[in-house]
Design a protein around this ligand. Structure first.
Ligand code: NAD
Ligand code: UFG
Length: 347
């Protein structure tokens, strides 16, 4: 019998792509999502990609009784936990919103899992836990440092909670530290749905090319990097989603309490290199200007992803051109569809 997996935040950007890959790998999927940063239509689109049903619970993971009802109704054997708020800037403005949703949500979820003897979990963390690193590539053994935002704090705290539960309460946990997820599903049916003006580079680029934004501002060109702009490790969301399936398989089989994996390609690209790749694959000239540095930006960071490659037997398949191509095709499809209107992805 195929295992049933609960995906929290399964209608969101990374969650929706992971649901597709789980179903492609014959897992049965139950999703809980409160639609705080997603829309129900994503569930229909996932079904049209995989032709398999999803059991969807529109509910909040902070709501203990809804989670109880879900765990009573379904035979959950493992959980992939995406549900969280993720806007770094907003977390600085409203830290309590982040502590409540991300940390309380994690605790409530794990408490109900514990009560129902479900102990296998994959958790979404971020390279933000490494803070302002001085040298790359970064291995998982690199020390985590004081967070550079309340959002980052929630990731550090949640990692620690999960480690505790793995050490003392029989959980088997995988912590995945993502670098910069970008791109969209090749079907162009699912992708990132940023709310309002995007904070992140790639949706800002695609919205500018689509004429929704006037121009991109490059945040700083006086860094100590070859072209002066920040370097990041961009990873295609489909590669990232596939890594979750491998991580889950690994968690079901592992003896150790928990394991941490970086998920990146192991190669860093500057902001200008990303723009060039976008222009090449889209055939568009991107209007951009050089601007001031953005507070809190790390100069350069990329992953050492060899641990995931070795232990999870995972390897990324898509390169920067594929990422930009799929992001652009998604933006075009979004303009043509009703999704962008249902969730205002532009104003
Ligand atoms: P997203 O906002 O697209 O998806 C999160 C989903 O969770 C949304 O559908 C939202 O409605 C739902 N949600 C939020 N709070 C909830 C709650 N209390 N109960 C139920 N549902 C809730 O974000 P994403 O980009 O898919 O990120 C997924 C996870 O990965 C998050 O934990 C995020 O912090 C982490 N992460 C993301 C990035 C990135 O750049 N996208 C990088 C590192 C880590
Ligand atoms: N950038 C611009 N102009 C923009 C937007 C971004 O030049 O309009 C630059 C940034 O300065 C940075 C790069 O593009 O150099 C990437 O920026 P993103 O905002 O796309 O991504 P970040 O690396 O800042 O943030 C990501 C995740 C966060 C996570 C953080 C950890 O989105 O969730 O990595 O470092 F916390």
């Amino acid at each position: 019998m195929n295992k049933t997996i609960l995906v929290t935040g399964g209608l969101g950007y990374i969650g929706s792509h992971t649901v597709v890959e789980l179903q492609n790998s014959n897992y049965k999927v139950v999703v809980i999502d409160n639609l705080s940063n997603s829309i129900k239509e994503v569930a229909e689109r996932i079904v049209s990609i995989t032709k398999q049903p999803i059991q969807l619970y529109v509910a909040d993971i902070n709501d203990h009784s809804s989670l109880e009802a879900l765990f009573k109704q379904e035979t959950i054997e493992g959980v992939i936990h995406f549900a969280a708020h993720k806007a770094v800037g907003e977390s600085v403005q409203n830290p309590f919103k982040y502590y409540r949703n991300n940390i309380d949500g994690m605790i409530t979820l794990h408490q109900v899992m514990h009560q129902h003897h479900v102990k296998t979990i994959v958790f979404s963390s971020s390279c933000t836990v490494y803070g302002d690193t001085k040298s790359s590539p970064i291995e998982e053994t690199h020390p985590v440092t004081e967070a550079i935002s309340p959002y980052g704090t929630t990731k550090l705290v949640c990692e620690q909670i999960l480690k505790d539960l793995c050490k003392y309460s029989g959980f088997k946990g995988i912590i995945l530290r993502y670098f910069n997820p970008v791109g969209a599903h090749p079907s162009t049916l699912i992708g990132e749905l940023p709310l309002g003006v995007p904070d992140n580079l790639v949706p800002y680029i695609t919205q500018t090319a689509a004429g929704i934004r006037e121009k991109l501002t490059v945040f700083g060109n006086d860094y100590n990097t070859p072209d002066g702009t920040n370097i990041r490790d961009y990873i295609h969301v489909v590669d990232l989603a596939k890594a979750h399936v491998k991580a889950l398989d690994y968690a079901f089989a592992m003896d150790q309490d928990y394991e941490i994996f970086n998920l990146g390609t192991g190669k860093g690209y500057s902001v200008l290199e990303v723009i060039k790749a976008f222009e090449k694959v889209s055939g568009k000239n991107l209007p951009y200007v050089m601007g001031a540095r953005r507070a809190g930006d790390v100069e350069q960071i990329w992953a050492d992803a060899t641990k995931a490659e070795k232990l999870l037997k995972w390897a990324h398949q898509f390169d920067l051109n594929d990422m930009m191509d799929s992001a652009w095709k998604w933006q075009v499809a979004l303009n043509d569809s009703n999704l962008g209107k249902i969730k205002d992805t532009t104003s």
